[in-house]
Design a protein around this ligand. Structure first.
Ligand SMILES: *[C@@H]1O[C@H](CO)[C@@H](O)[C@H](O)[C@H]1NC(C)=O
Ligand SMILES: *[C@@H]1O[C@H](CO)[C@@H](O)[C@H](O)[C@H]1NC(C)=O
Ligand SMILES: *[C@@H]1O[C@H](CO)[C@@H](O)[C@H](O)[C@H]1NC(C)=O
Ligand SMILES: *[C@@H]1O[C@H](CO)[C@@H](O)[C@H](O)[C@H]1NC(C)=O
Ligand SMILES: *[C@@H]1O[C@H](CO)[C@@H](O)[C@H](O)[C@H]1NC(C)=O
Length: 443
């Protein structure tokens, strides 16, 4: 406090505010990166279309280096009779590799199709998640579709929800071909397909995605208003109005809460985040994120958990960590080619906090959901296991052949979204395992 007392303008409150703002500002680079990513996602198709090299795809082979790795053959059968805690475990080598590749599946967003974009190292494809308490079987698309027969599964959230949905679609498509039956775009040039639905005729299953980065009602920033406006006590009815037709819902949001925003609650301003020049109190985004999950889960319970009608299964995917090691447009922003070793990367800071809020809100909502026999609720806790996978991001391969003209110092990197195939496939393996346990009556 010595230096601040020499400055007459730095009173206690001001000092506190500055410190608080500096804390939040440390995440500022991330939302800048995120915004840039959304922007470049929007234009990347044009770039790749002009690059004929993008059509060349590497072949996936189990290289000698990967088979020399010490892996243990997993012969044990899945045991869905006992509960399993998926949070703790380790990535073990998997010689089988992914169910799909960059050409077998037509629904991978271009910027996540690392194989098609020429990512040369393929070791990141040969890992699987081994929870301490159980064996997680390889994804079984037929089982997934059988459990969902005559049902509608909806993903709701931001681009991490999309990342997970696309992984699932690619894996399901190895057993049954989906038809895109609905696609809606409101002309937003950054997010092209805000609402989409696929139908699997083989099992009469619908899988859809609803763009809703805040889950609650929100007005995204524009060129004239450069902050988001969030209404923490009302749901975004663009998805919530469809709740009656949804049998299972996966909620996945978090990253957009880092952006500048003004928060409203009960028709008055609650505060803001990163809103310099405005006369609102900086409140950060942690409490706000918790409150949106509370509103979301509370409303789902009210509308679908009580009264009559069919039930609903609710899954909340926890915060997905990024791995920027510096500026997003610098060479080597997320250069890893192997998962982190045990103890090499601790879950801390924002990742830990956002995960904790997700887990806490689901646990709190479970207490309320207990009154209902028709609503099942679970957290899909992927933060820690994903944190170990710094090797799984698209990095520079968000574009096709980024080093076709040699290595340059400046190159855009996506260290937020995950390559498909990639670590997200394990999220869906866990999802299926949870569904199987639910089928056996193990909540
Ligand atoms: C992708 O998978 C399909 C089907 O398994 C296979 O025929 C094709 O050769 C694979 N492509 C590459 C580039 O590995
Ligand atoms: C998994 O175990 C951890 C630590 O014991 C606990 O915090 C967490 O709630 C558990 N998760 C589930 C789904 O039981
Ligand atoms: C799937 O969606 C279509 C509309 O695209 C609807 O007619 C049908 O009833 C839905 N089926 C299920 C099982 O949700
Ligand atoms: C800021 O808000 C406070 C409390 O609402 C109010 O008293 C003050 O006049 C406002 N200042 C400006 C510049 O609007
Ligand atoms: C939401 O928060 C309120 C107030 O803290 C609490 O009473 C309620 O149980 C929470 N609801 C859910 C679904 O978490």
């Amino acid at each position: 406090m010595g230096s601040s007392s020499t400055n007459p303008f730095k009173g206690q409150t001001y000092h506190l505010m500055t410190k608080k703002l500096q804390f939040w500002r440390s995440y500022a680079f991330l939302f800048v990166a995120l915004l840039c990513l959304y922007f470049f996602h929007a234009i990347s198709p044009f770039l790749t279309a002009n690059n004929h090299l993008s059509r060349i795809t590497p072949t996936i082979t189990t290289s000698s280096s990967s088979s020399s790795f010490p892996f243990k053959e997993e012969e044990e059968r899945a045991n869905v009779e006992i509960a399993c805690n998926y949070t703790y475990g380790k990535w073990v080598h998997d010689k089988l590799g992914p169910l799909y590749n960059g050409t077998t599946c037509g629904t991978i967003t271009d910027a996540q199709n690392c194989l098609a974009h020429g990512r040369p190292d393929l070791g990141y494809l040969y890992w699987k998640w081994k929870p301490n308490q159980c064996h997680l079987p390889r994804f079984e698309p037929k089982t997934f579709l059988q459990i969902l027969r005559n049902k509608h599964l909806a993903f709701v959230g931001d681009s991490m929800a999309r990342n997970q949905l696309e992984s699932l679609l690619c894996m399901l498509a190895t057993a049954s071909t989906p038809n895109l039956v609905y696609s809606y775009s409101d002309g937003d040039k950054f997010i092209r397909h805000k609402f989409r639905r696929w139908h699997f005729p083989s099992h009469n299953v619908n899988v859809s995605i609803y763009w809703s980065p805040f889950l609650v009602k929100g007005i995204e920033k524009t060129e004239s208003v450069n902050y988001n406006r969030l209404y923490l006590d009302s749901l975004d009815e663009r998805w919530a109005s469809a709740l009656d037709q949804i049998d299972m819902i996966v909620l996945s949001a978090g990253h957009w809460f880092l952006q500048p925003a003004v928060y409203f609650n009960d028709n008055s301003v609650l505060g803001c985040h990163y809103c310099t020049g405005q006369n609102h109190t900086e409140v950060g985004f942690y409490d706000v994120f918790g409150k949106t999950l509370n509103t979301t889960l509370r409303t789902i319970i009210e509308r679908r958990g009580l009264g009559s009608g069919s039930g609903i299964d609710v899954i909340v995917t926890t915060f997905s960590p990024h791995h920027f090691e510096g500026e997003w447009d610098k060479f080597g922003a997320c250069p890893k080619t192997h998962p982190y070793a045990e103890g090499e990367k601790e879950l801390e800071g924002m990742d830990a906090e956002m995960r904790k809020i997700g887990v806490r809100e689901v646990e709190a909502a479970k207490v309320n959901a207990k009154k209902s026999r028709r609503l099942r609720l679970e957290v899909l806790d992927i933060t820690k296991l994903s944190l170990m996978r710094g090797d799984g991001h698209a990095g520079p391969y968000m574009f096709a052949n980024p080093f076709a003209n040699g290595i340059t110092e400046r190159v855009q990197n996506d260290c937020v979204h995950w390559c498909l195939p990639g670590p997200v496939d394990a999220w869906n393996e866990i999802l299926l395992d949870m569904m199987k346990r639910w089928e056996r009556g193990l909540v």
